[in-house]
Ligand binder design. Structure first.
Ligand code: HSE
Length: 432
């Protein structure tokens, strides 16, 4: 029987979930893997005020350094989230020869290179399965399951909160605020849900996946990121009528010798399997060569989902022989520096456009004229006429066009006397 003695830093929703998970599955894990886990100490800055219930005999402290001093503790589990002080705690743990398991996407996406290099230098493991899609094994799928494949494209629904909000707005017609409140109640959202809804959480996660898939540490600033805060019921309904659905997609794909990495609301066909990923479910749709297409899906947020990924890493650690080389699941050596990320205004994409315009003859011709001037082809037009409203929506789907041209056309259309309000533009993705 192997025993892994853990120091846990962060005793919030996921931290307490981890302790509950391991208590509940203690015998099952013991019998199946011949492994036992012991929480020797738990550190949380709120501990002096909160005095939470913890397993018997566990030391409670607000000072993580106490965990690092203890030679019996071989593994630090970091579950505080955020970049600071998580980066400093992980570095300190590594330098003290402790293995680290974390669910922290912010710190891995922003400081992964430094952390992996330090882990390598100190011969310790740094595992982070739960940082992307929680317990759904995305890190293992990319790094191990599909080892040997070249990744052409990775499309992810990788924020449970946003997917839940969009699904509830679509199926139950909830308002954005009502759906967000429910996501928070269910424990899907970050403590600051801004990171979920402005797309940053998905950007952190796709940066991690790009490192595994394409061998590149990507600067978060290079990821064009838009959230779902401006998605309206009107656009959800227009999209539905056109056989489309809106998802917050994180996209990473090779285009010739360059890379597109972006996060934004995206219209996809209702017939594509990704369109049926609803609620808190996350999914990755991958085009790998020579394997082909893969879809992996599961609950990507929530207490037990997040704890599950951490437990998988702990079992992985405990089952490893001390003689085997440590694991980082990253590419610090073979970095693909020559692949540059294409700026968003340089990409070619299709758009869903919605203009609010005065209900007068000639409106369509004026809008189409400006789009034509910028060489933006129109694939379809829908206009609700005779509804007696002074302002009507004009919905257009474009052909593939350079983003820059579409943006310039929209600016010009916005200035037309017939325009009422800013045009809405949502990118479309044709997934095979
Ligand atoms: N807030 C995150 C989400 C939690 O909604 O996906 C899991 O990373």
């Amino acid at each position: 029987m192997r025993k892994l003695t853990i120091g846990l830093v962060g005793y919030g929703n996921v931290g307490s979930g981890l302790v509950q998970f391991l208590q509940k599955k203690k015998n099952f894990i013991k019998n199946k893997f011949q492994v036992e886990f012991a929480f020797k100490a738990i550190c949380d800055k709120t501990i002096p005020d909160r005095k939470p219930a913890v397993p018997e005999g566990t030391l409670l402290t607000a000072d993580y350094k106490e965990l690092l001093k203890d030679p019996e503790i071989t593994t630090i589990v970091e579950l505080i989230g955020g970049v600071h002080p998580a980066r400093e705690i992980i570095l300190d743990a590594i330098k003290n020869g402790k293995h680290v398991v974390t669910a922290n996407k912010s710190v891995i996406s922003s400081h992964g290179k430094e952390l992996f290099e330090q882990a390598q230098a100190h011969s310790v493991n740094l595992l982070y399965e739960s940082s992307v899609m929680a317990g759904v094994p995305s890190i293992k799928m990319l790094s191990e399951g599909l080892a040997g494949n070249k990744f052409n494209a990775v499309y992810g629904i990788i924020n449970g909160t946003c997917n839940y909000i969009l699904s509830e707005m679509t199926s139950k017609k909830l308002s954005f605020a009502q759906a967000l409140e429910q996501a928070q109640k269910n424990g899907f959202a970050e403590s600051d849900p801004t990171l979920d809804i402005n797309g940053m959480d998905s950007a952190h996660k796709i940066a991690i996946l790009v490192n595994l898939a394409i061998r590149k540490f990507i600067n978060l600033k290079e990821i064009h990121t838009e959230g779902i805060q401006h998605i309206s019921h009107d656009d959800i309904e227009h999209a539905e009528r056109l056989g489309l659905t809106i998802k917050l997609l994180a996209i990473a794909k090779r285009v010739h010798h360059e890379l597109e990495v972006r996060v934004h609301p995206t219209l996809i066909s209702k017939d594509h399997p990704l369109a049926s990923i609803n609620g808190v479910m996350n999914a990755l749709y991958i085009d790998a060569d020579p394997m082909g297409k893969i879809l992996m899906s599961g609950e990507g947020a929530g207490q037990m989902a997040a704890a599950s990924g951490v437990v998988a890493d702990l079992i992985n650690l405990a089952s490893r022989s001390e003689k085997t080389a440590p694991r980082f699941f990253c590419n610090t050596h073979a970095e693909s520096t020559e692949m540059q990320v294409i700026k968003i205004d340089q990409i070619m994409t299709k758009f869903y456009l919605r203009f609010m315009a005065t209900d007068k003859p000639g409106v369509l011709a004026q809008i189409a004229g400006v789009l034509g001037k910028y060489d933006v082809g129109i694939n379809s037009v829908t206009q609700n006429v005779h509804n007696k409203a002074a302002t009507v929506p004009v919905v257009m789907l474009t052909e593939f066009a350079p983003e820059q041209m579409v943006r310039q056309a929209l600016e010009e259309i916005h200035k037309l006397p017939i325009a009422r309000g800013k045009p809405v533009a949502i990118r479309m993705e044709k997934l095979s």
